[in-house]
Design a protein around this ligand. Structure first.
Ligand code: ZN
Length: 269
């Protein structure tokens, strides 16, 4: 009898602890199921350094799924991803890849125009005279690709919005791992709908050994407030995930885009 009493008492304690855990004042919010779905879209036919980054990014974002916090699907093509299918994802992580052909572009545009999420790296924003996709420039809030340094190298980055959720806890200036960095013309800074989050310090000039950039505005992380998106210019080679500060920036940009889901902030589920 005593044993049954003890078991009942233990059960009662367990239930009350659980009830307490569900109180709004409890500091942690434990998910009972994956909170959202992400689609990581990358190219495995791009230049080697772009594929290296993609594979390391898959590892980085897979680690973030541990404990089933969210579901990560990966794909090397958007063939078959119509608007309805894309809509099942809270966010697209786009790595050195872009939709191909009219149907894929149209589905992607519809997804972004209707509250879709995008975290884009490096060549995901590449466009030039041959791309023929004006919508991409409207989406990015900048002009076409203008120039790059070569070879890839470390640079000093300046944080421009230190209180922003994407940039919090990031030092005012930090040295980012080696990358190929792009300049745009016109710069996204000239777009009033764009928030520049970080840029390459002018202290880096001249930047490069073979291809040398001597001046110019050099934003490398920004968002266009007309869309649920953040663009990060790094994403070249196998050293990008060697720095805790830049990893924190990647994580915070991801979390920020996900949290603005028009269907509700998944982290509050
Ligand atoms: Zn590159």
């Amino acid at each position: 009898m005593n044993r049954i009493k003890t078991i009942l008492l233990a059960l009662a304690v367990l239930l009350s602890v659980q009830a307490f855990a569900q109180d709004a004042g409890y500091p942690a919010n434990y998910a009972r199921a994956p909170r959202f779905k992400a689609l990581l879209f990358y190219s495995d036919t791009a230049e080697e350094a772009h594929v290296q980054f993609a594979h390391q990014a898959i590892d980085f974002f897979t680690r973030l799924t541990y404990g089933d916090g969210y579901i990560l699907d990966t794909t090397t093509t958007l063939e078959g991803y119509d608007y309805e299918r894309l809509s099942g994802y809270n966010v697209m992580i786009v790595i050195n890849a872009a939709p191909e052909g009219q149907a894929q572009r149209a589905a992607f545009e519809q997804y972004m125009e209707n509250g879709g999420g995008w975290l884009g790296f490096h060549a995901a924003a590449y466009n030039d005279a041959s791309t023929n996709w004006p919508w991409l420039n409207k989406f990015l809030g900048c002009g076409k690709f203008y120039c790059n340094n070569w070879p890839p190298q470390c640079v000093l980055l300046d944080v421009e919005k230190k209180d922003d959720p994407v940039m919090r806890n990031i030092p005012a200036s930090f040295v980012a791992p080696e990358s190929e960095w792009y300049q745009w013309n016109p710069s996204p800074r000239q777009n009033p709908d764009v928030d520049i989050l970080a840029s390459i310090s002018s202290l880096n000039y001249p930047l490069g050994i073979k291809d040398v950039i001597s001046h110019g505005d050099f934003p490398v992380a920004w968002r266009n407030r007309n869309y649920r998106m953040v663009y990060l210019n790094y994403g070249h080679g196998d050293r990008e995930f060697t720095d805790a500060t830049q990893n924190l920036l990647t994580l915070q940009a991801f979390r920020y885009v996900v949290s603005l889901d028009p269907k509700g902030n998944p982290f509050e589920k």
